[in-house]
Design a protein around this ligand. Structure first.
Ligand code: ADP
Ligand code: MG
Length: 249
């Protein structure tokens, strides 16, 4: 049982299959994510990691199996789907900020438009979140005026502004210059420490070792191996995992 006393997993993925035409991209995937848990998903390109993330917040429909979030099957449409999307934050490799809105506006837009929060209140909270990710001094600037690391921290603040129950990170540092990777990982490590439920697709071993409760290794549409970060990185069990690790470590 977790701190808030609710033992239901936040996410439960059961026997999920997904095809893109003739391509079987998710093959009988089973995965649960508990409240407060940090799950790192790792594996070769094309293995289905992004598709799995997208399926969890219903950006992608599945062909068979079930996904439940907070005890309920994922809604397919309407208000329930909008609520799901606001409860499951997503941070992408490519930031996806609104170029013609300021940093603060990027963070307050969702709360104002989707949640109906008064502007003043949204801005106060927005500034607190920008402070939390260390870019409150940049609030009035536009995304193009910021470094990649600062833009990605803005994207994290924007996700947090919706008070999500979990955040999915899909290779959040892959598009960053090397010197900016750590500042984003530090923010994520802080979130993990504060108890945020997170699914993180990343090849950043340092992050996995410091923040992950569990590593899930995905290859060719299957979950091949699931273990603690220590066990996974020191004694991978399968040849596929060993082979992958030998290429990235
Ligand atoms: P990963 O994130 O692990 O690199 P993806 O989930 O992005 O893997 O992709 C898994 C496979 O599905 C790849 O072969 C990819 O080309 C294919 N794929 C992903 N999205 C689509 C799509 N919208 N249409 C067709 N094929 C897709
Ligand atoms: Mg991907």
């Amino acid at each position: 049982m977790t701190e808030n006393g609710d033992a239901t997993p936040l996410v439960r993925v059961e026997n999920v299959n997904k095809n893109f035409g003739a391509l079987h991209v998710l093959k009988d995937i089973n995965l649960t994510v508990s409240r407060g848990e940090v799950v790192v998903v790792i594996g070769p390109s094309g293995g289905g990691k992004s598709t799995l993330c997208r399926a969890i917040n219903r950006l992608e429909a599945i062909d068979s199996g079930t996904i439940t979030f907070d005890g309920q099957p994922l809604p397919a449409e309407g208000k329930a789907l909008a609520r799901l999307r606001s409860e499951v934050g997503m941070v992408f490799q490519s930031f996806n900020l609104f170029a013609h809105k300021t940093i603060l506006e990027n963070v307050t837009l969702g709360p104002i438009r989707v949640r109906g929060i008064p502007r003043e209140q949204a801005e106060k909270r927005g500034m607190e979140l920008l402070e939390r990710v260390g870019i409150d001094s940049q609030a009035g600037k536009y995304p193009a005026q910021l470094s990649g690391g600062q833009q990605q921290r803005t994207a994290i603040a924007r996700a947090l502004a919706m008070d999500p129950k979990m955040i999915l990170f899909d290779e959040p540092t892959s598009a960053l210059d090397p010197e900016m990777v750590q500042e984003v990982l530090d923010v994520m490590i802080g979130l993990a420490r504060d108890g945020m439920t997170m699914v993180v697709v990343t090849h950043e071993m340092g992050f996995a070792r410091r923040a992950a409760n569990r590593v899930v290794f995905m290859s060719e549409g299957q979950i091949v191996e699931e273990n603690t970060p220590d066990e996974f990185f020191t004694t991978p069990r399968t040849d596929r995992a060993k082979d992958f690790l030998s290429k990235i470590l």
